[in-house]
Design a protein around this ligand. Structure first.
Ligand code: MLC
Ligand code: AMP
Length: 492
């Protein structure tokens, strides 16, 4: 089935250039005095400030020998400095590899080994050490990139087809792969939401999402930069801090994952959310009950959209017209969408990534023969075209808007000597959407492990958000005749 995309006007020719650096250069030139980014420590930073700072950082990176196409890993809390360095990297043609700050050594080592970065930007000595241990040749710096500058390098010369970001995301194998997003992909994704959500230079976003995933980075930050709007940067999510920032800075936009909205729904200050022009939810399903609580308590009808690391934003509820809870709406401008026979959502468009870094087989497997990307999400259309995501074709847990692949957690728990067999799956949770739950068959020979001991074992090896919040000890796992674990029969 093929449906038109009324989530916004047609994509058309990008008005401000063919890449994000080109669009930014235009803003730097026309409105250098405009407030662009706010953070507690620095106050307001203008467009011209970002231009100057990103030029300086680019000169330092180039002086250290980084050249277009080199990878630069970035793993740091949100700050203006991090944005300056990110923008410098894009302007220079480096390929940014964002990494969650919660990652432990084995997760970081995999990213370093797979993407072979020339440099890494981190704000924590442990992560700096892990990167050096994985590859002593990586130049490790803080977000301020305190290096001696070289001569001014050529900037803003990237082409739309040049790689901009390697966004790591796992497959069913549990090994994260780098989705190569080009400059053209980044621009298409930001441009489609700019049009669909009527984002203008007068808007002000409260950005409390981390800048190491596509939601905060590709939608929140890049959208702000493309639009020439402004953003209030918060290094963490806290309902009071978000509502304080909305009031103090006359913000108009907030983007969040459903866990954030569930927490806002429980705030005594919920009504203050009604001041915003629009609130957007994504990365995981927004429960209709949370949608209703927010609508009743603040008048804000949350606009839910659907995206992925590999594709940026695909589908959105309409800005004008009914925002229907439980659905993600219609294809965004430029995005084509169809449902395969089994209901799998397939997409095509200028937002869709170029392939997985160094993985031709995985890339080939991710696309249909006629070139559509297979999302792994199962959908169906309401009679009037709204898309509902009703399941997933792959074993993926989404907890608090973060993806966890059961296989990766199982592999770690199986390394524990007292674990004989293990299966991991998501179980429903009102705040987190799903929580990571492990079913463990203890080794007959060993003393059964304590739940706390398994939790500690996992958290030494995996980011906290991947560690099981519940462990259930069982005598056997449900398996089919071929011995495969029947995950859908695992119930918490
Ligand atoms: C933190 N913890 C989590 C977790 N986040 N556990 C499970 N799932 C998560 N998502 C752990 C902490 O380490 C801590 O563990 C405990 O939970 C309580 O922490 P908290 O202080 O309550 O959590 P907080 O720091 O407030 O984080 C919650 C959150 C955060 C929702 C603000 O998870 C978050 O920013 N999520 C957004 C992630 C995101 O940007 N996703 C977009 C992916 S892109 P302990 O044991 O130390 O107490 C994408 C594409 C698209 O999906 O469509 O957008
Ligand atoms: P990631 O690979 O981290 O980019 O996560 C992408 C996945 O998040 C998608 O494949 C969906 O399964 C899920 N997702 C994103 N937005 C939504 C949404 N609004 N509703 C349901 N699932 C979503």
């Amino acid at each position: 089935m093929h449906l038109p995309g009324p989530a916004g006007p047609p994509l058309g020719d990008a008005p401000m250039g063919a890449t994000l650096p080109e669009a930014l250069a235009a803003h730097f030139e026309t409105s250098p005095g405009r407030p662009l980014l706010w953070e507690e420590r620095r106050g307001w930073v203008t467009s011209g400030d970002l231009d100057r700072a990103s030029r300086q950082v680019a000169a330092r990176l180039a002086g250290a020998g980084l050249r277009p196409g080199d990878r630069i890993l970035m793993s740091a809390a949100t700050s203006v400095e991090l944005v300056e360095t990110h923008v410098a990297a894009l302007r220079l043609g480096l390929v940014v590899v964002p990494a969650n700050t919660a990652y432990r050594e084995r997760e970081i080592a995999h990213l370093v080994g797979d993407s072979s970065p020339r440099a890494a930007v981190v704000d924590d000595p442990d992560r700096a050490g892990w990167i050096r241990r994985a590859d002593p040749d990586v130049l490790v710096v803080g977000p301020d990139v305190d290096l001696r500058p070289g001569p001014a390098p050529l900037l803003d010369a990237v082409r739309p087809e040049d790689p901009a970001i390697l966004g790591y995301t796992s497959g069913t194998t549990g090994t994260p792969k780098g989705a190569v997003l080009s400059h053209g992909n980044l621009l298409a994704s930001s441009e489609s939401v700019r049009l669909a959500w009527r984002w203008t230079a007068d808007d002000r976003l409260v950005l409390a999402l981390p800048l190491f995933h596509i939601h905060g980075l590709g939608v929140g930050l890049h959208g702000t930069l493309l639009t020439g709007a402004s953003a209030v940067l918060l290094p963490r999510f806290d309902p009071d801090e978000v509502l304080d920032a909305v009031a103090a800075h006359d913000a108009t936009l907030f983007f969040g994952v459903p866990t954030m909205y569930a927490r806002l729904a429980g705030s005594p200050r919920l009504s203050e959310l009604g001041r915003l022009r629009v609130c957007v939810s994504g990365s995981a399903p927004l429960p209709p009950a949370v949608f209703d609580r927010l609508a009743d308590g603040s008048g804000q009808r949350i606009l839910e959209r659907y995206g992925m690391t590999e594709t940026g934003m695909n589908v959105s509820n309409p800005y004008d017209g009914e925002r229907r809870p439980g659905t993600v709406g219609f294809p965004l401008p430029g995005v084509e969408l169809r449902l395969a026979e089994d209901g799998e959502v397939e997409v095509r468009g200028p937002n869709v990534f170029c392939g997985y870094w160094g993985r031709p087989d995985a890339t080939a497997a991710a696309f249909t023969d006629d070139g559509w990307f297979k999302t792994g999400d199962i959908g169906e259309h309401d009679p009037d075209g709204y898309l509902r995501l009703v399941g997933r074709a792959r074993d993926l847990i989404i907890t608090g808007g973060l993806n966890v692949y059961p296989r990766e957690v199982e592999d770690v728990l199986l390394e524990h000597p007292a674990v004989s067999e293990v299966a991991v799956a998501g179980t429903p949770d009102p705040e987190w959407g799903e929580i990571v739950t492990a079913w463990v068959v203890p080794s007959p020979a060993a003393t059964p492990p304590e739940e706390a001991e398994l939790a500690r074992f996992a958290s030494d090896r995996l980011a906290r958000f991947k560690c099981p919040r519940r462990v259930l000890f069982v005598d056997a796992l449900p398996r089919n005749a071929l011995g495969k674990v029947l995950r859908h029969e695992l119930k918490g």
